[in-house]
Design a binder for this molecule. Structure first.
Ligand SMILES: Cc1cc2nc3c(=O)[nH]c(=O)nc-3n(C[C@H](O)[C@H](O)[C@H](O)COP(=O)(O)OP(=O)(O)OC[C@H]3O[C@@H](n4cnc5c(N)ncnc54)[C@H](O)[C@@H]3O)c2cc1C
Ligand code: SF4
Length: 317
């Protein structure tokens, strides 16, 4: 691990200003992703700004019936919150499908949003990776790509976003609240928060340098049954091969978002219009234009079968 300096931020605006002032600075929250990457010298920040003392750890109602989740709310606390379990069950289930109890006790809402890919070549510093080292190439293209993306990928990167929580947030149309180094605040719709790789896979989100996430807001609850089905290589403590988050109403209409297939949680509102016709028509539209590799072409039918099982469960609920 490389040497770095460390400070504890005392206000959100100061944290953002400090991050913009020092080139190579990074925020640290639970540290469950960042510290691993620092030990492997994949992330090499020169300065860490600890945001744990900012008091951003509350879950509050907002006017209009929604929910505001502080950036520092731990994944365990968010999953266990009564209101989240009752009104946003898909979020609670997605969180509980991720990592392990110990990790969820440390992991935060903002850190989970920003966790980096699990592409095995991103972790191997002996091999080229455009995300880790822009312009160096992509060892995954032509390599072993079973876990990697089938849609939204590019000639520069085929990695997926590994988060379970992000899939539920996309389904729920969350917004990400931030403060910028000049003190200005904004709310970024989750659909625009994670970026597709294009020719710049190292640029992963809409955040500007030094911009701090302060909260995630959810709109008022939607009626319907909530589902999060995650398919993985072992029953726990494994990232998704694919996952399906869905809200299905009694009349068969609803919403669907998919994880494990793309560089961001994948959702198409147009495809949701096909829900009453069955899983096949939804997935044909949702994954239209998919370019799977020989190793991961199983993901397309797996998404369809998983959505079919969700819809079957919804019918019998
Ligand atoms: C063994 C293992 C298994 C896992 N399995 C799963 C899984 O199955 N599913 C899943 O979804 N996840 C899984 N995870 C990932 C885990 O959910 C993330 O590591 C965790 O959510 C990151 O949160 P953190 O608070 O620890 O982030 P940190 O490591 O502290 O930070 C992550 C990134 O976010 C930035 N950051 C943090 N807070 C802010 C803020 N307020 N504003 C702006 N930037 C910020 C940091 O600078 C850093 O770049 C696993 C992790 C491990 C180690
Ligand atoms: S798929 Fe992306 S993260 Fe993986 S090696 Fe290629 S550029 Fe790097």
């Amino acid at each position: 691990m490389r040497p770095f300096t460390y400070e504890r931020a005392t206000s959100a605006a100061d944290a953002a200003a400090a991050a913009a002032r020092t080139q190579g600075a990074k925020f640290i929250a639970g540290g469950t992703n960042l510290l691993d990457l620092m030990k492997l010298e994949i992330e090499t920040p020169v300065h860490l700004i600890d945001v744990n003392g900012l008091g951003l750890d509350r879950i509050e109602r907002v006017s209009g019936g929604g929910l505001r989740i502080g950036a520092l709310v731990r994944n365990t606390d968010l999953a266990a919150n009564d209101r989240v379990r009752r009104d946003y069950g898909v979020l609670s289930r997605a969180l509980l499908a991720g990592a392990s109890g110990q990790l969820r006790n440390k992991a935060t809402t903002a850190g989970n949003l920003l966790q980096r890919t699990r592409c095995p070549y991103f972790y191997d510093t002996n091999l080229p990776c455009n995300k880790r080292k822009p312009g160096s190439g992509c060892a995954a293209i032509g390599g072993y790509s079973r876990q990697l993306g089938v849609i939204g990928t590019s000639d520069a990167c085929i990695a997926t976003n590994p988060s379970d929580m992000n899939v539920a947030l996309r389904l729920l149309d969350a917004q990400v609240e931030t403060v910028r180094p000049d003190g200005a605040t904004r709310a970024i719709p989750i659909a625009e928060f994670h970026l597709l790789p294009g020719s710049t896979p190292h640029v992963e989100t809409a955040l500007a340098t030094g911009e701090l996430i302060t909260a995630v807001t959810l709109p008022e609850p939607l009626g319907g049954e909530h589902f999060y089905h995650k398919v993985r290589d072992r029953a726990s403590y494994a990232f998704a091969l694919i996952s399906v988050a869905a809200i299905i109403r009694r009349d068969g209409s609803g919403r669907v978002a998919v994880g494990g297939v793309a560089p961001k949680p994948w959702r198409s509102e147009a495809a949701e219009g096909e829900l009453r016709r069955g899983a096949g028509p939804v997935v044909s539209q949702l994954l239209a234009g998919a370019k799977p590799t020989h190793h991961n072409e199983f993901k397309v039918p797996l998404v369809e079968r998983t959505l079919a099982s969700v819809m079957n469960e919804a019918r019998t609920a």
